[in-house]
Design a protein around this ligand. Structure first.
Ligand SMILES: NC(=O)c1ccc[n+]([C@@H]2O[C@H](COP(=O)([O-])OP(=O)(O)OC[C@H]3O[C@@H](n4cnc5c(N)ncnc54)[C@H](O)[C@@H]3O)[C@@H](O)[C@H]2O)c1
Length: 433
């Protein structure tokens, strides 16, 4: 029976490798449509929790996960041998940057090495982890071939399909975000389209895995560059004595030819600060400098230091030094209403302020503590002593914060998110990015 027929009759089995922010919502969605799903992860405790019906990923409710586990539709494993029972294998492991900002593909390499001994004729392999153009055909497919002794595109299919999840987005999730797919062969394209059509509303096939890889990098480079532009706009507006947010909101009333982006304390998360650098790295190997990407990275990574200067200036205006000041950073998650602090600029700001001799506490109901280079940092449990801080730095625009209350009780507020928009009382205490 073909994969298409096996999917149509709900007999296809799917393995998802990597059960994080991307893999777990995907595995749940596949199981929800009735396909037997094996989740595979090297994180034993996470695997055990999933098998107990408990999700530690914000976008997946345990109430949705548990019935799928009980019904035997979804199971989690640390043992890769279940790959042999799957018709399709989707890889969603991390693709971070190394210390020198070069792509760190070690997670994909390790996952592929573990998958390869279990490859079967006729299987479909899809990489969803973000990577540079050429990776799927030039690195992943040969690795799968080498270990298995089979031929990609002949004995098994290989495709790339960028993950486009937006954690915390209540409108767009796995099902209703169009899926882009590029396969090595036409038959592979048909197989992967059939697979994704089973659980995603719209699937679009592009001509190759390289094109699909580039689609993802365009999307994230578009965001990184536009955020870089408005971050520089914020610096320029500050010099000109203008309110950046007022300028952007006014420009956004134009019904065509303008799309608003907003400044902030710097980029965070596992995508926007990282993915464009996969592209610029690849282009460097072709002797080409991706100038927009590098300029945007330069501006965006400079934002935490810029925020620190705003804090220093605000303290200076009330005759206080940063050294010895007691400061409270409000929000450690890299974006609002989620618990992900990867690459969060708030952590850079905390470190920079500490480096200037300030005593820095943080409070984030979503991130009560964080680990940086193996060291755990614990936040304060509540805002009972808000008045005692020399300044409060608003770094994450969580909805749960009562901004009017914060401004009322704080001595000074540096607002990097325009979270105090709409407040009229206490504006003299607020420095806006
Ligand atoms: N988080 C996002 O918003 C987002 C959005 C779009 C694309 N992506 C991309 O998706 C990919 C995955 O990101 P994520 O946010 O889900 O990462 P994550 O860190 O949340 O999850 C990755 C999971 O993979 C597991 N893992 C690591 N090595 C493994 C191995 N060798 N075998 C099996 N499992 C392994 C980890 O234990 C973890 O559970 C990345 O390439 C990322 O760029 C992420």
């Amino acid at each position: 029976m073909s994969l298409k027929d096996r999917i149509a009759s709900k007999q296809a089995h799917v393995a998802v490798v990597g059960l994080g922010y991307v893999g777990l919502p995907l595995a749940v969605r596949i199981a929800e449509v009735g396909l037997r799903t094996y989740g595979i992860d090297i994180n034993g405790p996470r695997v055990a929790r999933i098998n107990d019906g408990i999700s530690d990923i914000g976008d997946v409710d345990s109430a949705d996960l548990a019935p799928l586990v009980s019904a035997g539709l979804l199971s989690a494993h640390t043992d890769f041998s279940v790959i042999a029972q799957a018709d399709a294998v989707i890889i969603c492991v991390p693709t971070p940057l190394g210390k020198t900002k070069d792509p760190d593909i070690s997670f994909i390499v390790k996952a592929t090495e573990a998958v390869s001994p279990h490859i079967k004729q006729g299987q479909l392999f899809v990489l969803e982890s973000t990577t540079y153009p050429g990776f799927t055909t030039e690195v992943l497919a040969p690795m799968l071939e080498q270990e298995s002794g089979l031929t990609a595109g002949v004995d098994f299919h290989v495709a790339f399909s960028p993950e486009r999840i937006d954690p915390g987005n209540e409108k767009y999730g796995v099902r209703n975000t169009t899926k882009i797919v590029g396969a090595m062969t036409e038959a592979g394209g048909e197989a992967v389209q059939a697979l994704y059509n089973a659980f995603i509303d719209t699937v679009m096939i592009v001509s190759s895995p390289n094109a699909a890889e580039m689609v993802k990098l365009l999307e994230n480079t578009f965001r990184a560059v536009n955020i870089g532009l408005v971050n520089e706009l914020a610096v320029m507006c500050n010099k000109l004595g203008l309110n950046t947010w007022e300028v952007i909101d006014a420009a956004a009333t134009k019904p065509f030819g303008f799309m608003p982006f907003y400044p902030g304390p710097g980029l965070g998360g596992h995508c926007i600060p990282i993915d464009p650098l996969y592209l610029s790295w690849k282009l460097r190997s072709l002797n080409y400098q991706a100038r927009f990407i590098e300029l945007a990275d330069n501006i965006n990574t400079g934002m935490p230091a810029y925020v620190v200067r705003l804090v220093q200036d605000a303290l200076n205006d009330v005759c206080k030094a940063t050294k010895g000041a007691r400061l409270l950073v409000l929000g450690v998650a890299y974006k609002n209403d989620i618990d992900d602090y990867r690459e969060s600029p708030a952590i850079d700001i905390i470190d920079l302020l500490k480096g200037k001799g300030a005593k820095v506490d943080f409070y984030d109901p979503y991130v009560p503590s964080y680990i940086e280079e193996g060291v755990a940092h614990h936040g304060i449990p509540d805002l009972a002593e808000l008045e005692s801080y020399d300044a409060v730095v608003l770094t994450t625009h969580h909805k749960v914060f009562d901004y009017a209350e914060v401004v009322r009780r704080a001595q000074l507020v540096v607002d990097t998110r325009n979270a105090t928009r709409g407040l009229t009382e206490g504006r003299e205490k607020i420095t806006l990015l």
